[in-house]
Structure formats: structure tokens, C-alpha cells
Design a protein around this ligand. Structure first.
Ligand code: AMP
Length: 142
């Protein structure tokens, strides 16, 4: 199974913020969209970072309430690890496990094609496991 299979189902919508937005503004986006991370795109729509709830937690630990006035560019993680639509889901699981993160932008030749989260990967794996079990059940029954 490939990253492109997941994107085929969930689509290529990407929720993004800019590096000069405040953390308060980025938090409002995360909350309104009910997501755990946003990509950070510059004025040319180039991927320059990723901001997850964990980065916000670190910023609050360092700066307390003042963290809300920091710019996204001061709290985001960069460089961003990305994957290709032709990568396997297993490869993506390895990247997430080794990197200890739960979000991977999908990029091909500089074009941002979507984001895969650990939730998408687990859902995909569950569906696949159920299908395999069903095939085995039918095989045993016949
Ligand atoms: P997450 O588990 O995805 O919420 O992120 C945990 C930490 O890893 C945060 O500091 C994120 O900014 C960072 N992070 C998340 N995804 C990526 C990625 N694809 N590349 C680099 N860092 C990331």
C-alpha cells in the first residue's frame, strides 16, 4: 500500500499558517480545525516548517503566557521531513517511529500534495488487517 492510496481517500487539503502569524493565531486554527499540526508556508507557498501542539507546549514551558505572542517562525520545527506519494505505508510508519512525530507532508518535485498523519496510517492498517482476516476466514470456510 502506498501513500498515494491514502491521499486518494482523504484528498490533498492542507491546512497551513505563515511564519509571521502569532502562536495565538495558529492555536485558533488548530482548535477550529480540530487538528494537531499545521504546515508553515511562506509567501511563495514554500514549505518552511511544521508547527504541532508539542511545539506550542515547549514554547509555553519556556515563555509562559508570553508564548502566545511569539511568531510561528520562532516555535516551528525546521527542516521538515517529507514523504513521496510512491512511498509505502510501511516506510511512512518507520519515518514516524524513528523521527518520533505524527505528521508527514507529501511532496513530489517540490509540489505539496497533502499531509499524512499517524491517524490516517493506523486507520489504513486496520482496514488492511480486517480485509486480510476476511480473506483468510473465507479461505478456511471453503
Ligand atoms: P507531532 O508528533 O507530529 O505532533 O510532532 C512532534 C514534534 O515533531 C514537533 O516538534 C513537530 O514540529 C515535529 N514534527 C512533526 N512532524 C514533522 C515532520 N514531518 N518533520 C519534522 N518535524 C516534524
Amino acid at each position: 500500500m502506498f501513500v498515494s492510496d491514502i491521499l486518494g481517500h482523504k484528498g490533498s487539503r492542507v491546512i497551513a499558517v505563515t511564519p509571521d502569524e502569532t502562536l495565538a493565531s495558529a492555536i485558533a486554527t488548530l482548535s477550529a480545525r480540530r487538528i494537531g499540526a499545521v504546515l508553515v508556508l511562506d509567501a511563495d507557498k514554500k514549505l518552511v516548517g511544521i508547527l504541532s501542539e508539542r511545539d506550542i507546549l515547549h514554547a509555553v514551558a519556556r515563555r509562559a503566557a508570553e508564548a502566545l505572542t511569539l511568531r510561528v517562525g520562532e516555535a516551528m520545527t525546521t527542516p521538515v521531513v517529507t514523504c513521496d506519494p510512491d512511498d509505502t505505508v510501511e516506510h511512512v510508519m518507520e519515518l514516524m517511529t524513528n523521527g518520533r512525530f505524527r505528521h508527514l507532508p507529501v511532496v513530489r518535485r517540490g509540489d505539496l500534495l497533502g499531509v499524512v498523519s499517524i491517524g490516517d496510517v493506523v486507520k489504513w492498517r486496520l482496514d488492511e488487517t480486517r480485509q486480510e482476516a476476511e480473506v483468510l476466514r473465507q479461505y478456511i470456510a471453503t
